[in-house]
Design a protein around this ligand. Sequence first.
Ligand SMILES: [Mg+2]
Length: 337
Amino acid sequence: MSHTHTTTRAESGDGGAPALSAEEPPSRVEGGERALLAAVVRALKAWGHAIDHGDDCALMPPLGGAQLLTTDALAEGVHFDLAWDTLEQVGAQAAVVNLSDLAASGGAPRGLLWSLSLPPALSADQAEALAWGFAKVAARWGAPVLGGNLCVRPGPLEVHVTALGAAPAARLHRRGARPGDGVFVTGALGARALGYLEPSEASRALRHLWRPHLPEAAALVSWGAVTAMMDISDGLLLDAHRLAEESDVALALESPLLPICPRMSALASSPPVALRAALRGGEDYVLLFTAPGAPPPEAHATRVGACLAPRPGGARVTLDGAPAAPEGYEHALGAPR
Ligand SMILES: [Mg+2]
């Protein structure tokens, strides 16, 4: 739904290209948004992002070959909870989830754009903390923040990000898995979900160890034998269903093979809770892929099952031989089931 606003840009712009402009309802005093914008730009510059805020558009860097684009949003109360998560962690999360999607397609990051919807109570220091987390992760993974926008309005904090990447010569898709392939993941499962299932300071802290699996993706692209790939954002079972459907195969997963995060397991109240977090929790941001043969060590891959030919009326995904429903993180429910 549209709303009336004016667009404000800092007047100190020296003609540089990339833009980070502030939108504000006409009733608000300009100084508030200016202070927020200045705080955000300060954090971005501290991490080496050559951001300016004098123009209306950012300049896209020249890119050879095919490009990848992806966009994802984080909303307060859905993807994070400021009672548990710090603003710096939220900013970091916003960068990670988008960079993880680039990794899922075998891409290399080339830039990020973001749009912030900030509640009026947010201070400049808080805006700076949010931008700091975002800028730090972006810098760590070689993704310049090209520009952005901020608007202050009543309601939950939202961070919308668009990521730009270079596509590999042979793009990786969710489709392409073949019967006989192994099924692999590139990292531990369940670390993020326990913070929802059994929230505590320790379990919530585990959420924020996430990172985009870009080095693993690069190793797999070089290897060249991956037949299908995606990142696990909504839980192994649900995302395995998606890959199996796109590829028209069945996936037979084996629970003893799952690399369940040991730190999560130690915190969980029981082994079934730990298993539930690993299978259905989501927000793992590791890669799920299929391939014949043994992946290179740099991919840190663990085999968790096998691809089979689909049978009419048969389950798309089985766990230890039994049909496994596509259960996972459902944002509408606010928590993993
Ligand atoms: Mg994804």
